[in-house]
Design a protein around this ligand. Structure first.
Ligand SMILES: O=c1ccn([C@@H]2O[C@H](COP(=O)(O)OP(=O)(O)O[C@H]3O[C@H](CO)[C@@H](O)[C@H](O)[C@H]3O)[C@@H](O)[C@H]2O)c(=O)[nH]1
Length: 470
């Protein structure tokens, strides 16, 4: 097993942080951004540990900063063996087939992680291990190592975590939460049996650490964070350290300006609040029939759009031929005046933050939700799997900043073009849509304030750092 192990170079430190993310794009930005904050703003040495493929992905997908040139941030990469099938867009459960083999391969990190932490623990007063719930199995030996402390980093919404508690125990909740929780969809159809099996393994190896970190903000999910806090034992700590995405789009340097994505230049030419961005994250693919209906629906809506249409993220995790999604003949030429189709990785945050963008058709992956809220963009919800159906409920019924396109109960039917057309028009060109936009803008302003000196998110980070370095 080849490793780039920096532990040998570590000098004596008070506290060292080791991060063990799940090797998946959706979990990457959050872990990486927390690593950056701890290493740069708080001067704590951080070790970001994962498979070779995931570390490469992390190094190339940091937003606007150079992870390789960040003092205090070290990458420990371990090569693992695995074989990953390509995505299957026609699968009845949309959970991507290529992911679980990649997750399973990460189980091989158990020994190297224990070895690394063991090594570091002799060089520091304390080693703090921040792990994903889905990497519990990897870190299960850590509590036996002296001078260590474990924290679970949830890269999902607080609403989702509380929805599991609600499923299991129906604790009393305020009416405002009850109205929403009563509508939570069952978990049927959310995960593949392979993922269920993987998650069960994590639950069995669960490490009962010191606290939870949530990838959310108190200004968005205070209601559900309070409910979670009430159900845990008293001295277990909780921090909401999000958002982990930038809340402002930085002005590009002259160099970055030259490399600016063509979709942003296209947006520059559109009028304010006129474009809907359509993208379904990094893990799922649409079937040919869904693509056909979506193409038709967008065209019939007569709204401007940017549509990211590619197969699930290659993300360096699987090799082999990738299907090229087919659009109806002559489609791109026909809609050229109004829309563009991106076949590659898109600069999602910049697109959402552009003044011309005012709607987002999204699968409701949690990063996409947080990014959309941070940029004040209401959502047309098209959930596909995992936490997405429940996130969609939070967005549409809890925060009231969105509308459903793919209704979860009708997930076995292809969403027809007429529904897509209607939803896009409602979001982009109706008083109902304007209301959603207004609420999304209010949330955006609150999030912006929260990350400033003295704001809720800022204070929360200070409290977390004070706790781990105590
Ligand atoms: O062309 C693209 C596609 C994606 N992204 C970014 O990739 C991330 C995608 O994350 P997310 O919206 O959460 O979707 P997934 O990649 O599908 O995330 C997985 O992980 C999330 C966090 O646990 C879960 O909420 C999702 O359900 C799960 O599918 C976001 O930061 C996007 O900005 C881009 O920048 N460009």
């Amino acid at each position: 097993m080849a490793t780039t192990n920096h532990a040998a170079n570590a000098t004596q430190h008070s506290v060292i942080v080791v991060m063990v993310p799940l090797p998946a794009q959706g979990h990457l930005h959050q872990f990486l951004e927390l690593a950056r904050r701890l290493a740069s703003a708080h001067n704590i040495p951080v070790y970001y540990v994962s498979t070779v493929a995931h570390v490469r992905q992390a190094q190339s997908r940091a937003r606007g900063w150079d992870p390789l040139n960040t003092p205090n941030l070290n990458f420990s990469e371990f090569s693992v063996s695995f074989d990953v099938p390509p995505p299957n867009p026609d699968a009845s459960i949309k959970f991507p087939s290529q992911l679980v083999p990649a997750f399973n391969s990460s189980l091989q990190l158990r020994e190297p992680v224990a070895e690394l932490v063991n090594n570091l623990s002799s060089k520091a007063r304390k080693v703090v291990v921040l792990h994903d719930f889905l990497t519990s199995w990897i870190v299960q030996d850590v509590p036996k190592i002296p001078n260590t402390e474990c924290y679970c980093f949830h890269t999902v919404s607080a609403f989702l975590i509380f929805s599991y508690i609600w499923d299991a125990a129906r604790p009393p909740v305020p009416s405002e939460a009850e109205v929403v929780l009563k509508q939570i969809p069952s978990l049927e159809g959310c995960n593949s049996p392979e993922l269920e099996e993987f998650a069960k393994k994590q639950l069995q190896a669960r490490v009962f650490g010191v606290g939870n970190i949530f990838s959310t903000s108190r200004v968005i999910e205070q209601l559900y964070l309070d409910l979670i806090e009430k159900t845990y034992v008293k001295d277990f700590k909780h921090w909401a350290l999000g958002p982990f995405n930038p809340v402002e789009i930085p002005i590009p340097t002259p160099d970055a300006e030259k490399r600016r994505h063509y979709s942003l230049e296209w947006l520059d030419k559109q009028t304010e609040n006129s474009v809907i961005f359509v993208s379904f994250g990094s893990t799922t693919s649409l079937s040919e029939e869904e693509i056909k209906e979506l193409a038709k629906g967008l065209e019939q809506s007569e709204q401007r759009f940017i549509w990211v249409l590619r197969d699930a993220d290659k993300g360096d995790i699987f090799s082999g031929d990738v299907r090229k999604c087919q659009l109806p003949e002559g489609y791109e030429e026909r809609v050229a005046e109004r829309g563009i189709v991106i076949r590659d990785w898109a600069p999602q945050l910049e697109i959402l933050g552009h003044v011309a963008t005012s709607g987002f058709m999204s699968h409701c992956g949690w990063n996409s939700c947080m990014e959309s809220i941070s940029m004040g963009v209401p959502i047309a919800a098209w959930p596909m799997h995992s936490d997405q159906p429940r996130n969609a409920l939070l967005i549409t019924k809890g925060l009231k900043i969105g509308i459903s396109v793919r209704v979860w109960e009708k997930r076995n039917e292809v969403v027809p073009a007429e529904t897509i057309e209607k939803v896009v028009k409602t979001l982009m060109a109706s008083s109902e849509g304007e209301e959603m936009k207004k609420r999304a803008t209010e949330l955006k302003e609150a999030v912006k304030l929260s990350v400033m000196d003295g704001g809720a998110a800022h204070k929360e980070m200070e409290s977390f750092v004070a706790h781990i370095t105590r």
